[in-house]
Design a protein around this ligand. Structure first.
Ligand code: TRP
Ligand code: SF4
Length: 328
């Protein structure tokens, strides 16, 4: 049997996962389990790069995120799930990589420039925030994956990772493969206010939402903005609700809604009711599994502990090679 190729990806524990995260990353991660040797981790140190002032929720969000992962279908039998801060080797590699990373590579990182502007309410003029991609490079090359499944926003970080790996190999010896970004195709589902779905915008539907929370959020959803009254025809192609139908509603019913909307044969209230119902049904198995893990926290702890052991084994070996190359 040939060995499966390895991939690795991580998420910052910033709160409960929503449908944007599910379709933007998690579904892809779940699928990749069948084909690859997958390493998935919680980037809790990365959460500190912007949220260093308040760390009170970090441990809870970390555990909650693992529960979201397990409930959605990541399996400890197929994937190695671990927590960044529990593998101290990441800190050592981060330090060594920081020695060889030119500051201008970090200063011209588009995410860095963007975030400084967007998160102007926080003081991000820290060493750690500038060094975000160096820590990410350490996370990645530690496990020598061939690919990193990420959304488009993370591509610059994978690019910097490749540059750092190349520089390391050039200076000390060829040990790190240059990982590729594996782009995740995302359906364009938006929050109920039509902005990008995000916890901080308060417009998200969470994997853990109960059916009544789902219906009330769906009832708030902005539809075709041109369709003011029920007797006006609508355009499903510009309607966020319709994007959800494409995912959660049976194809023939979706086609029917498409046709009826265009001739004002269905009202938005009814259309939303159908969608909310299908969405709730589709999230039900995730909610069921979540109940199980919430009732059995020891099982979750064991899964994390086991994943940490598996990850640490790889990390320890990589760091031995690294120290040998550096003669340290
Ligand atoms: N920066 C990533 C994000 O915000 C999280 C992350 C940290 C990551 N380390 C990683 C993703 C390594 C992929 C690989 O989404
Ligand atoms: Fe959107 Fe449905 Fe209203 Fe058409 S009927 S605009 S698809 S919510």
């Amino acid at each position: 049997m040939t060995e499966k190729k390895r991939i690795l990806s991580g998420m910052r524990p910033t709160g409960p996962l929503h449908l944007g995260n599910l379709h933007g990353a998690l579904m892809n991660w779940i699928q990749m389990q069948e084909e690859y040797d997958c390493f998935y981790f919680i980037a809790d140190w990365h959460a500190l790069t912007s949220d260093y002032e308040n760390t009170s929720m970090l441990a809870e969000y970390t555990k909650e995120m693992i529960i979201d992962w397990l409930s959605a279908g990541l399996s400890p039998d197929k994937s190695t799930m671990f927590v960044q801060s529990q593998i101290k080797e990441h800190a050592e590699l981060f330090l060594l990589l920081s020695m060889i990373t030119p500051v201008p590579w970090l200063e011209r990182n588009p995410t860095y420039k963007d975030q400084i502007i967007q998160l102007s309410n926080k003081d991000l003029s820290t060493f750690g925030f500038l060094g975000y991609p160096v820590l990410q490079a350490a996370d990645i090359i530690m496990y020598k994956p061939f690919g990193v499944p990420v959304g488009i926003d993370q591509v610059p970080h994978v690019e910097i990772t490749r540059e750092i790996a190349r520089r390391f190999n050039f200076l000390y010896g060829q040990i790190f493969p240059e990982p590729e970004a594996i782009l995740t195709k995302t359906p364009k589902i938006l929050g109920f206010d039509r902005r990008k779905m995000s916890k901080s915008y308060n417009n998200a539907i969470f994997l853990s939402d109960a059916p009544d929370a789902i219906s009330s959020k769906v009832s708030l959803m902005i539809t075709d903005p041109q369709r003011a009254r029920k007797k006006d025809p609508g355009d499903p192609e510009v309607c966020n609700v319709f994007e959800f139908h494409k995912i959660y509603t049976d194809g023939s019913i979706t086609a029917d809604i498409n046709a009826k909307c265009r001739i004002a044969g269905i009202g938005c209230v009814e259309c939303k009711k159908i969608m909310a119902q299908n969405l709730a049904v589709s999230l039900e198995p995730i909610r069921e599994k979540r109940k199980y893990y919430e009732a059995n926290p020891k099982i979750v702890d064991d899964i994390i502990a086991d994943g940490n052991i598996r990850a640490r084994k790889v990390a320890v070996k990589t760091m031995e090679e690294v120290r040998n190359l550096l003669k340290i």
